[in-house]
Design a binder for this molecule. Structure first.
Ligand code: LLP
Length: 437
């Protein structure tokens, strides 16, 4: 479908110059649709409001939000690095020939094989989470006779104001090295004493979907105090401080929080504190995921059964749900949606959008105003670019949707829709279960 040849139907929802009803007809539903232009404009904002505004900074895209090989290509073109958190994400980046020196490898329980893959391919930074990992990594680096650049992930002991499942910086957390002097100092001593480890600095991540800046500021203050202490006690000079991702996006309103809302006060604090304690300002790194891709994506569904329970509510079921978007069930996440083929009709009824899974909790949106609808109408759920495709499952044996990338008004298939055959592709029936007829 080309922008020049399409006669837009004025009752249709146009997303990034594409008619979403035509997309649904052409590619089927449920369908993830991603706007390359919107991803690019977020990356540009990162360049303008962070990388170019503040010297000595770097940014990486947290690929857990959404990753495919094509996404690696987009991020590479935009000049950002890539944060990966598993062998699978690293493999995807490798297959996309993403420059490995720009990859940062996270995770609280990286396996020997995952670390080996990272060391073999000269991943730029390994963010070491614990002593066990430090030991494994040292052994792997030794077998390859390499010196590996690392940051230590620390637990900054701050609680980000967000859903408890996605706050990570609190003291009682599975992430990072505890800040108790004897523990963190021991980690730094071990790293400094290793011929195979090059400790460059520290990383913290306070949580995800944050709007307040205070938790970043507290985290940065804590990190700078640590940097100063380690400098005095061990002579260690911190060259990099990675302050994580987590910048929130708006799911239900049409307001976007600009990057500088987060960045400016954080950078101000870091600059001031480094000056106050008289240490050199380290390179500052950020790694947003959701902020880059979340608002760039929508999901298209076809409406099916409509069930009106008098005096209770009207359930409208869609052809997907929890398997393609587990966030409402998992985090009580709220979404905005509109009926894509009736965009200009009056929203005069309150309905509940239900998924098709055998779970009472499989509700995508509890309260949504829509016009008169009928089976076959197309629903567009907005802001589904982050943590939807990447968290999708095959629950109830629903094949995962296709992903379409819109680029300059043209849709390109980025991931094919799974088939029923895909669902059984890796299965083996043990021979004793095969009955001879
Ligand atoms: N860096 C680290 C070390 C992280 O753990 C995360 C997210 C990020 C960066 C990127 O955070 P973002 O900028 O995307 O908020 N599944 C949840 C989100 C989990 C985030 C985990 N870590 C959700 O759907 O809300």
């Amino acid at each position: 479908m080309s922008i020049e040849t399409t006669e837009f139907n004025h009752n249709h929802f146009i997303f990034d110059r594409c008619d979403t009803v035509e997309l649904a007809n052409r590619f089927g539903t449920p369908l993830y649709v991603l706007s390359e232009g919107q991803i690019q404009s977020r990356c540009k904002a990162i360049r303008d409001e962070f990388l170019l505004k503040y010297p000595n900074t770097r940014a990486a895209y947290a690929s857990k939000a959404f990753l495919t090989m094509a996404m690696c290509k987009i991020i590479e073109k935009e000049g950002l690095g890539l944060d990966v958190v598993s062998g699978g994400e690293l493999f995807t980046a490798l297959q996309a020939q993403f420059p490995m020196e720009k990859v940062m490898f996270h995770g609280n329980n990286k396996s020997y094989e995952e670390l080996e893959l990272a060391v073999t391919n000269n991943v730029g930074r390994i963010i070491v989470d614990n002593f066990y990992e430090l030991e494994l990594l040292g052994a792997i680096a030794k077998t390859q006779n390499k010196k590996v650049d690392i940051l230590f992930r620390i637990t900054p002991e701050v609680e980000g104001k967000t859903h408890q499942y996605i706050t990570t910086g609190q003291k009682d957390s599975k992430f990072g090295i505890p800040l108790q002097e004897e523990i963190i100092e021991e980690a730094v001593i071990q790293a400094m004493g290793s011929s195979y480890i090059n400790l460059i600095g520290f990383h913290f991540h306070v949580g995800s979907q944050l709007f307040e800046r205070e938790s970043y500021i507290r985290g940065a203050e804590t990190a700078i105090k640590l940097m100063k202490d380690l400098n005095i006690k061990l002579g260690f000079v911190t060259k990099e401080l990675n302050i994580g991702g987590g910048f929130g996006i708006n799911y239900t309103e049409e307001v976007t929080r600009p990057l500088h809302y987060f960045i400016d006060p954080i950078m101000e604090t870091i600059k001031d504190h480094c000056k106050n304690v008289n240490i050199e300002m380290p390179t500052i790194i950020i790694e947003p995921g959701r902020w880059i891709v979340g608002e760039a994506g929508i999901t298209l569904y076809t409406l099916g059964a409509i069930k009106e329970i008098p005096d209770v509510r009207t359930y409208i079921s869609v052809d997907g749900g929890l398997p393609d978007n587990p966030r409402p069930a998992l985090y009580n996440a709220k979404y905005r949606a509109l009926v894509a083929n009736k965009i200009n009709e009056e929203n005069d009824q309150l309905v509940t959008i239900a998924g098709k899974c055998c779970e009472t909790g499989d509700i995508l949106i509890w309260d949504l105003m829509v016009p008169k609808v009928a089976p076959g109408d197309i629903l567009a759920v907005l802001n589904t670019g982050a943590y939807n495709y990447s968290m999708a499952s095959n629950y109830n044996r629903l094949p995962r949707p296709a992903v379409v990338l819109i680029s300059n008004g043209e849709p390109h298939l980025m991931v094919e829709r799974e088939t029923y055959q895909d669902l059984i592709e890796r299965e083996i029936i043990p021979s004793h279960l095969i009955q001879r007829k």
